[in-house]
Design a protein around this ligand. Structure first.
Ligand code: GAR
Length: 208
């Protein structure tokens, strides 16, 4: 059984897709041990509680320095004793220690086809604003392992989504979530939970 922690900052629709996936059998062999948010008022925490999942807030403002905050975050994660960390809209720069400790055991969902529209400053709606600004006709989402860089780790799954005439960032964000994010994040967890994902020479190989 793969034990996971889900880290969130906001509304938690990707968390919901994971909870639903575990409950409806799309994600097998997996238990959500807890949800951690850096925002006390994140709706994602309510979603966790509604499903009887431990919900913890570790807020930056409660700590004097970034380092203390990072240590508290690491401690909260370690207390859950998990095999995999899932970043589902977790908008915090991660402490190096955390990244090192969970190498190839931490994944992230990003709302574009990496390497487009990713890296420092590209998160949430900003990603879709930039995609529309550039005039791309196809965008999508990516699930990748987290390494020491920003959106630079080995890619596990990607799914394309068409941009349509008249899209606003909000409309495009919703389509990318519905058509890509909420599918590939649960799928990636299921693949990992069933031992089907390997990293070889810095690249992901999936043995279906
Ligand atoms: C999602 O679109 C996710 O891909 C994005 O934040 C949103 C969170 O929504 N993450 C990033 O931009 C990371 N760089 P949610 O709280 O409803 O899942």
């Amino acid at each position: 059984m793969l034990k996971i922690a889900v880290l969130v900052s906001g509304g938690g629709t990707n968390l919901q897709a994971i909870i639903d996936g575990v409950e409806n059998g799309k994600i097998t062999n997996t238990k959500i041990e807890g949800v951690i948010s850096n925002k006390r008022d994140a709706y994602a925490l309510e979603r966790a509680k509604k499903h009887g999942i431990k919900a913890v807030a570790v807020a930056r403002k409660d700590y004097a320095s970034r380092e203390e905050f990072g240590d508290a975050l690491l401690q909260a994660i370690n207390e859950l004793d998990v095999d995999l960390i899932v970043l589902a809209g977790f908008l915090v720069i991660l402490p190096e220690k955390l990244v090192a400790q969970y190498e190839h055991r931490m994944i992230n969902i990003h709302p574009s086809l990496i390497p487009s529209f990713c890296g420092p400053g590209y998160y949430g709606l900003k990603v879709h604003e930039e995609a529309l600004e550039r005039g791309v006709k196809v965008t999508g989402a990516t699930v990748h392992f987290v390494d020491g860089g920003c959106d630079s780790g080995p890619i596990i799954l990607q799914k394309p989504v068409m941009v349509e005439q008249g899209d606003t960032p909000e409309i495009l964000q919703k389509r990318v979530m519905e058509q890509a994010e909420w599918n590939i994040l649960p799928e990636a967890i299921d693949l990992i939970a069933n031992g089907k994902v390997q990293v070889i020479d810095g690249k992901v190989v999936i043995n279906k």
